[in-house]
Write a protein that binds this ligand. Structure first.
Ligand code: ZN
Length: 434
């Protein structure tokens, strides 16, 4: 129940949700010693987690208690290894997608590279209390956490044990081949939510923490909030633990661990299904297929395109709207997708959004006409507050150095950014009609 392992990608790759690379691979040189040395009651915690979860370890994971700085090194090694595994085109694609998502995050005011400089830098540093690395069958717990509060260290261990137990039973822990897809972030939230639920039940059953589960999940939401971070960034840091935890708790209430296990076998495909558990297991994500490449001349290069899930939409709206309003406007999401472009010869020193030399189109398909209309209205307000947009006639918004245009056709809502109002309108018109 802490920023367990929020990779830098989680926020810089903000619009896409950013599934963390952590846990996806191993490094050859372990920094910590081989022998298990821990001041925690490992056997007891393992047995209790098996009891709560109703599952048995195939092999009890090794547990290491390590200093925060050593875990930081370990984690960087794991991330480096994961980055090395990405080669050639896949690597280039991942890099330009990260830039593309950062671009859209700054265009919509979700992040401001200047204003949020300190927060973004801080998030690049590791803030981890525990970590499960599947390839090594090993759990790391931060020594300082245990020293400060032994019970807290034990609860963190219970959380990591739950990851190990579920990974041994169902597989697929943090091994998603498509880190930028909405489905990856949904699966990440299932894993974190399920482990968080186990941890919360552990605290209630063995540590005298008062129930019910929902009350403690409220604490999780607070603990995964950085009060100095902009609200949209907090949507991403809360989602896996607080919203994922609520998803798991709702299924658990409905049908016990059997139903949660079913979700591990058939994970939610969208973040919308995590936010509205009733949507699972019938959730689908039929991406709007489109490209505005033909509308742009040879001066433009596509940086990337990817999903815009409900949680991404919520984060964008939270940039300028209160939580309730943002959630109401994002609700009704059925599909979303963006494309981002840069003009050839753009100054490499240009700090996003670089509006005079960038363009992007976001297309949403909502449940009905009224929700598409409401989404556009909410985006307009949010863009005004968070990105300094000035409303003009004909669905146009003016920014410093650029413009945006909105179109609403039936269930479809479109938001296009471009250097000028005329170009933005042309891009918005070129997007799909249904
Ligand atoms: Zn976790």
């Amino acid at each position: 129940m802490r920023k367990e392992a929020l990779g830098a990608a989680a926020v810089v790759a903000a619009v896409l949700g950013g599934a963390s690379l952590i846990g996806g691979s191993s490094t050859e040189d372990a920094i910590v010693p081989e022998a298990e040395a821990t001041s925690l009651p490992v056997e007891q915690v393992a047995a209790r987690v098996e009891e709560i979860r109703g599952l048995k370890f195939k092999e009890r994971p090794k547990v290491k208690v390590v200093a925060a700085k050593d875990l930081e090194k370990e984690l960087k090694g794991v991330e480096r290894e994961a980055a090395r595994e990405l080669k050639g085109i896949a690597k280039e694609r991942a890099e330009s997608l990260a830039i593309a998502s950062e671009l859209v995050s700054t265009m919509t005011g979700l992040i401001d590279l200047e204003r949020d400089k300190e927060v973004l830098k801080r998030d690049g540093e590791v803030s981890v209390a525990g970590l499960y690395v599947p390839e090594r069958g090993r759990i790391y717990i931060v020594e300082e956490v245990v020293q400060q509060n032994a019970e807290e260290g034990e609860a963190v261990l219970a959380h990591e044990m739950a990851h190990a137990l579920e990974d041994q039973t169902f597989g697929g822990f943090e091994r998603d081949p498509k880190p930028f897809a909405d489905s990856s972030f949904a699966r990440h939230a299932l894993h974190e939510g399920s482990a968080t639920l186990t941890e919360v039940l552990y605290r209630i059953k063995f540590q005298g923490v008062p129930g019910p589960v929902d009350r403690t999940l409220g604490v999780v939401r607070k603990q995964t909030t950085d009060t100095k971070a902009p609200p949209g960034m907090n949507v991403f840091s809360q989602f896996p633990y607080a919203d994922g935890g609520k998803f798991a708790a709702d299924l658990y209430r409905e049908g016990g661990w059997d139903r949660v296990n079913r979700a591990h076998q058939k994970p939610p495909k969208t973040t919308a299904a995590v936010l509205h558990p009733g949507a699972w297991p019938e959730d689908r994500h039929e991406r709007p297929r489109f490209t505005v490449a033909d509308t742009l001349d040879a001066q433009w290069d596509r940086l990337g395109r990817a999903d815009v899930g409900e949680v991404d939409t919520l984060a964008m709206l939270r940039a300028g709207l209160p939580d309730r309003e943002a959630r109401a406007a994002a609700h009704g999401w059925e599909a979303g997708r963006f494309e981002a472009y840069v003009r050839k010869g753009i100054e490499s020193s240009c700090e996003p959004p670089c509006r005079p030399d960038t363009a992007a189109v976001i297309v949403w398909r909502m449940a009905d006409d009224a929700q598409a209309k409401a989404l556009n209205a909410a985006l307009r307000t949010s863009l005004g507050k968070a990105a300094g947009a000035k409303p003009k006639d004909g669905g146009v918004l003016a920014f410093d150095g650029g413009a945006a245009a909105q179109v609403h056709r039936g269930r479809v809502a479109v938001l296009a950014f471009a250097p000028s109002a005329a170009e933005a309108t042309k891009l918005a018109e070129a997007a799909p009609r249904d």
